[in-house]
Each structure stands twice: as structure tokens, then as C-alpha cells.
Design a protein around this ligand. Structure first.
Ligand code: GSH
Length: 225
């Protein structure tokens, strides 16, 4: 029982939580890891059990025995190091590893060029019209961002070659959210091919956001992406 001293607080559909969950699943620890899913809508992430471990009151919140780690990237790296004998998520070659680091950190561009500019305003405006010119600009920028990721996948099964890596772990939650919000990605065939393939991966299936299984998401992006 490698995971018996762990505890993982998480929320359904949260990309940072999903990253850490994917690593736990890739390492064969997800099922056995003691855990609790909390509801953001009920502010359960601000409860005393989370706050005692994570003064920011954010998810994921994680502990393993005496070790508490709360930033999702840090949890991923901690698990990778501690369970380095199970399904390594970094290549041994230093140059190839640098490519994985690059993809992991590059994902923040999806947040700034798509999530914050297109997704968040649509989530928040509840159907009110958005500035047309600004939207056009943001859609163009989002497409450029997707072009980059689409190109990275040409001729490769995964982001950094034919092995699944931490780069994929960091990227998958965002791609899945875009699809959930109706992005057809019709101009980005490599992204669609990759998405169809990773959806069948056991770690992705085991950690799929439970509330997504209840029905489709809001169709926010299908006209644009
Ligand atoms: N940088 C943190 C971000 C964690 C985060 O923002 N989690 C969100 C859910 S996606 C959260 O708990 N939000 C509630 C809050 O900030 O009060 C990480 O990567 O773990």
C-alpha cells in the first residue's frame, strides 16, 4: 500500500487537480490513495480540513505522511520523484527532458491566450453580447495558440514523442476543457487525433471529471474554435 499515508483533496474538472490525479493514476496510485472530492459551489475548499494544510484554501491540497504539498506542479514532481520506479514521466536524456519541461511551462500560454480571453468572459457574461472586435482578435490569438500545439504533435503519438510524459499531464486537462466547451478543433486535426487517443488512456478514464459524465458542458466555443 504505497499510498496509505497520503490524502488528496480535489475538485471535479479543476485542471490543477486533474494534473496531480493523472500522475497518481499513471503511477498506479489513484484507486488506493485516500481522498475527498470537495464542492467549490459549497465553498468546501475553505473548510478547516483544507485550510489546516493549505492556507490558500485551494485545490488540490495533498499530503503524504509528514509531507504537505499544495501546488499542483509541485505535487506532480513530488510523486514523480518518490515513485520514480513506476512508469517514469520524464525521459532519461537531458535534451529530451528539456523538451518536456518546456511543454509543462508552455501550457500557461493556453491559460493566457484562450482561457482568460475567450472562456472566462463567456462563462461570466451569461449570454450578454461581447465586444465584437475584441472577440475577433481573441479568437485569432486563440487559433494561433492552438496552431502551435497542433504542430508539436505532427508525426508523434504524444507531445514529446512516442512516450507519454509530464508534458502530456500538464496539457490534457486544458485540451479536454476546450473540447468540453464545444471547441470542434476542426482546423487542428492533430489535436483531435491526440484527444481521441488520450481519451482511451486508462489514467485519463480513471480521473475523468465526475460531473462531466452527467451531461454535456456549455457550448461556448463551437462557433469560434
Ligand atoms: N497554482 C495552484 C492553483 C490552484 C487553484 O487555483 N485551484 C482552484 C481550483 S481550479 C481553487 O482552488 N480555487 C479556489 C480559490 O482559489 O479559492 C495549483 O496549480 O495548484
Amino acid at each position: 500500500m504505497a499510498a496509505k499515508d497520503m490524502f488528496f483533496f480535489w475538485g471535479s474538472g479543476s485542471p490543477p487537480c486533474w494534473k496531480a490525479m493523472l500522475v497518481l493514476a499513471e503511477k498506479g496510485l489513484w484507486d488506493e490513495c485516500p481522498k475527498k472530492m470537495l464542492k467549490f459551489s459549497e465553498k468546501e475548499h475553505k473548510g478547516s480540513d483544507v485550510m489546516a494544510l493549505n492556507p490558500r484554501g485551494q485545490l488540490p491540497t495533498f499530503k503524504d505522511g509528514d509531507v504537505t504539498v499544495n501546488e499542483s506542479g509541485a505535487i506532480c514532481m513530488y510523486l514523480e520523484e518518490k515513485f520514480n520506479d513506476r512508469n517514469k514521466l520524464f525521459p532519461s536524456d537531458v535534451g529530451k527532458r528539456a523538451e518536456v519541461y518546456q511543454r509543462m511551462f508552455e501550457v500557461h500560454n493556453i491559460v493566457s491566450n484562450i482561457m482568460e480571453t475567450l472562456v472566462r468572459p463567456r462563462m461570466q457574461n451569461k449570454g450578454a453580447p461581447l465586444d465584437e472586435e475584441k472577440t475577433k482578435e481573441n479568437v485569432a490569438k486563440a487559433k494561433e495558440e492552438l496552431d502551435r500545439w497542433n504542430k508539436m504533435l505532427v508525426g508523434k503519438e504524444f507531445l514529446c514523442g512516442n512516450e507519454f510524459t509530464m508534458g502530456d499531464v500538464f496539457f490534457i486537462p486544458f485540451l479536454a476543457i476546450l473540447k468540453r466547451l464545444g471547441a470542434t478543433l476542426s482546423g487542428h486535426p492533430e489535436l483531435n487525433r491526440y484527444y481521441d487517443s488520450i481519451c482511451g488512456r486508462p489514467s485519463v478514464q480513471a480521473t475523468w471529471p465526475p460531473h462531466w459524465k452527467e451531461g454535456p458542458g456549455p457550448d461556448l466555443l463551437n462557433k469560434d474554435l
